[in-house]
Design a protein around this ligand. Structure first.
Ligand SMILES: Nc1ncnc2c1ncn2[C@@H]1O[C@H](COP(=O)(O)OP(=O)(O)OP(=O)(O)O)[C@@H](O)[C@H]1O
Ligand SMILES: [Mg+2]
Length: 276
């Protein structure tokens, strides 16, 4: 966690990379799971490097290993081969020091806790929840559009609202590395666009190194510095497409010829990766 520099709620500062940001280095990463007939190779020799403060989108067919890759980077699974470095630290070191924020594909909220108490959970785990800090928690709840639901329990929320709680929880420690697994999958298109803009604003203000898993080609192009396309069986990188659009990205850019060309490139790479 970085105590200096602009906070996630401060003014966007497009020119700055925060001093604490950690680059991600994946080297020959592979993962197998036990299967009926021996082992099943899910990720095969994935090598990827993401600069400190960069935004990378991962896109690929269902089952190609995107969530597995995120869980490996978060230290929640062990690699079968290869290495993971995050600013020279291991995933475990990053996670246990609160420098890594993750929003899972299923929101994974604690059902007996209110919205605010779910968002604040990582601070409690780190022993850093203080009276004064709840203002920050409340502001994150507002940012993800859940004002008025602070005391609600997860069962009282829609699927999209639960996902937004999970995003706020991932951001609450101001992580250096942010892992988002299809965070907007359950949102309608209009809300998704609004949340994309909000995520860009938060990211530009705080510059965590970010890995976003998405099935939305437009979302990937809109948000990322680079789109990494994965193929399936086994999961591997089939294309890396740099997105050379200025920041902040605006909704009008979606209709530009360049944006559409990029979408076409990603779409073709996805088709090749699935062999369809
Ligand atoms: N703990 C596990 N044990 C056994 N197999 C697993 C485990 N976790 C994932 N897998 C398998 O690994 C493969 C990749 O799963 P993963 O969840 O990473 O896919 P994904 O790319 O995130 O898919 P989706 O887009 O549907 O979310 C799947 O075939 C899945 O069955
Ligand atoms: Mg997944």
């Amino acid at each position: 966690m970085n105590a200096t520099g602009p906070g996630p709620l401060g003014a966007p500062d497009p020119g700055t990379t925060r001093p604490g940001a950690a680059g991600l280095e994946l080297t020959g990463l592979s993962k197998s799971f036990p299967a009926a007939a021996g082992e099943r190779l899910v990720l095969d020799a994935v090598s990827l490097s993401c600069a400190p403060g960069s935004f990378t989108a991962l896109i690929g067919p269902s089952g190609c290993g995107k969530s597995t890759l995120l869980r490996l980077v978060a230290g929640l699974e062990r690699p079968s081969g290869g290495q993971i470095g995050i600013g020279g630290l291991s995933p475990d070191q990053m996670r246990t020091s609160g420098r890594l924020g993750i929003a899972f594909q299923d929101a994974a909220l604690l059902p007996w806790r209110s919205v605010v108490d779910n968002v604040a959970l990582p601070l409690e785990v780190l022993g850093k929840r203080q009276r004064g800090q709840d203002a920050h928690v409340q502001e994150l709840v507002r940012l993800v559009g859940l004002s008025g639901y602070e005391k609600a329990r997860p069962r009282q929320l829609s699927g999209g609202m639960r996902q937004r709680v999970a995003i706020a929880r991932a951001l609450v420690t101001r992580p250096d590395m942010l892992l988002l697994d299809e965070p907007f999958g359950a949102l309608d298109q209009i809300l998704r666009r609004a949340m994309n803009l909000e995520l860009q604003r938060i990211w530009m203000a705080d510059r965590p190194t970010t890995l976003l898993v998405t099935h939305g080609i437009d979302e990937a192009v809109f948000l990322a510095d680079e789109v990494v396309v994965l193929g399936a069986n086994p999961g591997r990188i089939v294309a890396r497409i740099p997105i050379d659009l200025p920041r902040p990205r605006t909704p009008e850019m979606i209709y530009s010829v360049y944006f559409q060309t990029l979408q076409g490139q990603i779409s073709r790479a996805l088709e090749q990766g699935t062999g369809r």
